[in-house]
Design a protein around this ligand. Structure first.
Ligand SMILES: [Zn+2]
Length: 395
């Protein structure tokens, strides 16, 4: 499979409307071609293929995958328990403490989380005696929230219709959390309209999304998959919330995972806008609508692809055995888009030491350091990892 990455500017207008501002005529950044549905566990065998083209909107600056798959985070059937990641739980605790203090929450308040998972976040409100309500379609993790923390969840898809239903039932939120939800849903306006409908006049939405600048700078293009539809700038989020009578009043970067931006949004005029918003908007003015930034990103990915392809070819011609470590969603994008999926074998981590392939292409680049230290025996016995991003290196 050979996929040409076309980098000319005007030849790549995409007809799909922008997911935020509905503009027709998006600029292509990275046509990665068809990709098997990235979340499929059977990475190498899945036949399901979807187009996977990343484009940006010259009006609102949202970077987006232009096609959607039928299910998303709001309708998922199962999920991994978030509490398994200690860092995530601790960060949730710190954000909840911050919100409780800022909004002066108490027993009369209500905290809601969309995609509330196993209660990793809402538990902290509950411990502070603040009523909570979860919304989680995945019943496996919703059950953990209920049995472990006594947190009940609605399995419904969150959007304007469901928000209005909750409101009719007497629920009104002081705070709505949505961590890594907006990046995964097709209808952004429906979700944010739901926030606006469900929040009290001085309520706040606390939203974590992938930050576009980090994608462009770090060339983590392997995060682009069908589970990850949108990459946001602050400019694009302001536009999105503005369309629903809301504004961003504060913004910060996640200390836990690079590439994440956390915004605090409220009804327009309800809260003073912090200087953090102006500061980041000023920074974004230098790049967010500059097509050269997107072209540079596209070019970097192209050279990365060539470099990795050449390395693998050289190793193969030397008779080296190469395995793949990590059949994740990210890895699948990489395998598919680089057209190397069919040449590689996927191992169980235990087999790595037993079979001792010469090289192992590491696809879970997020936890590279951790995996390298876990697999020290493989490396001591002469095995080497190929780490593909942000630059190709052997470790
Ligand atoms: Zn737009």
């Amino acid at each position: 499979m050979i996929i040409e990455i076309n980098t000319t500017d005007d030849a790549n207008q995409i007809a799909a409307p922008c997911r935020i501002c509905s503009r027709v005529g998006l600029n292509s950044i990275l046509p990665l071609g068809g990709s098997a549905e990235a979340q499929s566990a059977a990475v190498a065998t899945s036949d399901a293929r979807w187009s996977l083209d990343l484009a940006w909107c010259p009006s609102c600056s949202l970077a987006q995958i232009t096609e959607s798959i039928p299910t998303d985070i709001l309708t998922r059937e199962s999920a991994l328990p978030a509490s398994a990641m200690a860092g995530v739980v601790l960060q949730a605790k710190s954000v909840v403490e911050q919100v409780c203090e800022k909004l002066e929450l108490g027993p009369e308040s209500l905290a809601i989380e969309i995609a509330s998972n196993d209660g990793y976040l809402l538990q902290w409100y509950q411990q502070a005696k603040i009523p909570v309500l979860g919304i989680e379609a995945a019943q496996d993790v919703a059950w953990i929230a209920e049995s472990k923390h006594g947190i009940g969840s609605f399995p419904d898809r969150f959007g304007l219709e469901f928000a209005l239903q909750l409101k009719r039932e007497g629920h009104c939120a002081d705070v709505i959390h949505a961590n890594h939800v907006l990046g995964h849903v097709a209808d952004l306006n429906d979700v944010v309209a739901g926030f606006a409908a469900l929040l009290k006049p001085e309520g706040m939405a606390v939203v974590e999304v992938p930050y576009l600048k980090d994608l462009l700078d770090e060339a983590n293009f392997d995060t682009i998959n069908h589970d990850h539809l949108c990459f946001f700038s602050l400019s694009s989020l302001r536009q999105l919330f503005g369309q629903h009578g809301m504004e961003i009043v504060d913004v910060e970067r996640s200390t836990l995972s690079t590439g994440t931006m956390r915004v605090f949004a409220a009804k327009t005029g309800a809260w003073p806008v912090q200087s953090s918003v102006r500061d980041l908007m000023d920074q974004e003015a230098t790049w967010v609508r500059d097509s050269a930034q997107y072209l540079a990103f596209s070019n970097r990915i192209q050279s990365l692809r060539q470099e990795l392809g050449q390395l693998l070819q050289t190793l193969k011609s030397e008779g080296k055995r190469i395995a793949v470590y990590g059949g994740s969603a990210k890895g699948n994008t990489l395998l598919e888009s680089f057209g190397i999926g069919s040449h590689l074998k996927i191992y169980d981590p235990v087999q790595l030491v037993e079979d001792q392939p010469d090289y192992c292409l590491l696809l879970a680049t997020d936890g590279a350091a951790e995996i390298l230290s876990e697999q020290h025996r493989y490396r001591e016995m002469g095995g080497r990892f190929i780490i593909p991003t942000p630059t190709v290196r052997i470790a």
